[in-house]
Design a binder for this molecule. Structure first.
Ligand code: FA5
Length: 338
């Protein structure tokens, strides 16, 4: 039995000279692993004389312990092993669909709000579930007035019959504003509206409007016309012109229908504008004195104008989107395009 194979000094020197953790693993294998001199010596013990066995056994054990201790000390000096494989990437969303963006109707709403804010208007909101007073009565629609039939109303089963409803237009927000603050008032009021209507290419049972209200001393129909012209050219560009045609709303007098030249045919006449060259955007007019009286504003002192436009109409015309239900289908091809 030759114990000279267990050269501890040479083993410790090799361990001390190692410069990386991977080298230490190789040394452990070579010095005390399977097939190493220490391993072979231990295997040979059973063939030795009984008197020699404890001596050889102790020598192998001492050698192995000393090698393990030297390996541990050097491993501590070298620090952790460098990873052999790239770390697992647990970042979420690397395969995502990109960032979302605002719906086209919301984009249009924000754009129009910006135009009016730059004209000195503020943005106001009102409830979608309204009472009869704000949606109709204060707007000069007395009970049973035939004009109520212009807007097929969806009533809510709350309170007295036919007293609580889904607002049919954004005009009740005018009333809420005038009830809550004295003139001067310059405000736009965007929001969702509901009508019990048959859906077609341009009409939906749920849609959006943007309402405008200005109340001050000395406002005239000319101010209304100029304001509408400013906002249409801001949204549609300078080549579009607008016109006002006489109309009727119980809460404005005189009332008008506001239309712009057809953006599809440059007013030459086409299928979209029914060959007229004009497309209606909404209604408008001078605030009726009865409305001022309903909210406690003196019609001798103040005048005002108001307008209400279908919001979907604007991007429909600007981008040629049709039918209106496209806005509510939530088809991702449409949503991601605009
Ligand atoms: C009104 O709703 C009045 N409140 C507008 C108004 C405000 C007049 C202030 C005077 C002063 P009208 O029902 O015409 O008016 O609707 C206005 C616009 O809303 C329409 O021109 C159209 O652009 C849009 N609109 C109306 N009904 C629908 C519908 N079912 N689907 C989509 N858009 C609609």
């Amino acid at each position: 039995m030759d114990l000279s194979d267990l050269d501890l000094d040479a083993a410790v020197a090799a361990i001390t000279a190692a410069t990386e953790a991977g080298e230490l693993a190789d040394l452990r294998k070579r010095l005390v692993g399977k097939g190493s001199p220490a391993f072979r010596t231990r295997e040979s013990i059973k063939t030795l004389d009984a008197a020699d066995r404890p001596v050889v056994g102790k020598a192998v054990t001492d050698f192995t312990k000393a090698v393990e201790a030297a390996l541990e000390v050097r491993a501590g000096e070298l620090g952790p092993a460098a990873p052999t494989e790239p770390p697992l990437d647990l970042t979420l969303g690397t395969h995502g669909r990109g960032r979302g963006h605002l719906h086209l109707v919301t984009q249009c709403q924000r754009e129009l709000e910006d135009v009016f804010v730059s004209l000195g208007y503020r943005v106001a909101e009102g409830p979608e579930v309204e009472d009869d007073w704000h949606n109709f009565e204060a707007l000069n629609f007395p009970p049973g007035h035939p004009a109520r039939a212009m807007q097929d109303t969806l009533y809510v089963d709350l309170g007295d019959p036919e007293q609580v409803l889904l607002r049919t237009h954004t005009s009740p927000v005018q009333i809420r504003l005038m009830e809550s603050q004295p003139p001067p008032i310059y405000a736009v009021m965007p929001g969702r509206t509901y009508r019990n209507e048959t859906v077609d290419a341009r009409h939906s049972a749920v849609f959006h409007q943007i309402e405008g209200l200005a109340v001050d001393r000395g406002l005239t129909f000319g101010d209304l016309a100029g304001t509408l012209e400013t906002f249409t050219s801001a949204y549609f560009g300078k080549k579009v012109t607008s016109r006002l045609l006489p109309s009727f709303f119980p809460f404005t007098e005189p009332s008008a229908e506001f239309a712009i030249t057809c953006v599809f045919c440059d007013a030459a006449g086409c299928r979209v504008c029914s060959q007229t060259g004009w497309i209606e955007l909404g209604g408008c007019g001078m605030v009726d004195p009865n409305v001022f009286l309903a909210v406690g504003i003196d019609p001798e002192e103040y005048t005002g104008f108001a307008f209400g436009f279908g919001l979907e109409r604007m991007p429909m015309l600007r981008y040629g989107v049709e039918p209106i239900k496209t806005f509510f289908d939530n088809d991702s091809r449409f949503l991601s395009r605009y």
